[in-house]
Design a protein around this ligand. Structure first.
Ligand code: PNS
Length: 162
């Protein structure tokens, strides 16, 4: 039986921490579906289609990793895909509360949906998309924390904005 997992997130932007989790997940599962949530928060730096485009570029040569986007509830997306295992990364104890709420709520919404966690590699546990957004918006250098492709796209986007 093929083992598949959904790795959902905002990926605004994709960080090296996400990449690490995704690559490790591809060693544990036959198929990793990256589910980009189509949320339109005012605080977003990239649109969901830009995020999908970037993720597709980053993982284009990885045959077990697929990029998709979803709108609405994660449990509905899981049901549509017939994949009921959800993977989330856990960085620090601060993540725990939110992840616990989300995993429990998703399981209450659909009993079939189970969330599993992968502990972040110590090299990446300090990285978060919101921190990177701040660094970028304030003109700092976030290149250590994000893939080259993401850096290039973000620079392009900032130039467009002027
Ligand atoms: O990368 P993030 O922002 O921590 O990811 C959060 C995400 C997108 C996985 C979560 O907000 C989500 O699942 N959104 C879809 C809407 C939904 O199902 N909300 C209820 C979660 S209990």
């Amino acid at each position: 039986m093929k083992r598949s997992v959904i790795y959902p997130g905002s990926f605004d932007p994709l960080t090296n921490g996400h990449v690490n989790i995704i690559e490790r997940a591809a060693k544990c599962f036959d198929k990793v579906i990256i589910g980009v949530a189509k949320n339109s928060s005012k605080n977003s730096i990239l649109s969901s289609s830009e995020r999908v485009k970037i993720l597709k570029k980053v993982f284009k040569n990885k045959n077990k990793i697929f990029v998709d986007q979803f709108e609405g509830l994660l449990v509905d997306y899981a049901n549509k895909k017939k994949i009921f295992t959800v993977l989330r990364g856990m960085r620090t104890v601060q993540d725990f509360e939110y992840e616990l709420q989300m995993a429990t709520s998703n399981n209450k919404l659909n009993k079939k949906v189970e969330t599993i966690f992968m502990v972040a590699d110590g090299n990446y546990s300090h990285i978060s998309s919101s921190l990177i957004k701040d660094i970028i918006r304030l003109g700092g250098d976030a290149s250590k924390f994000i893939p080259k492709i993401v850096e290039k796209e973000l620079k392009k986007k900032l130039l467009e904005k002027g």
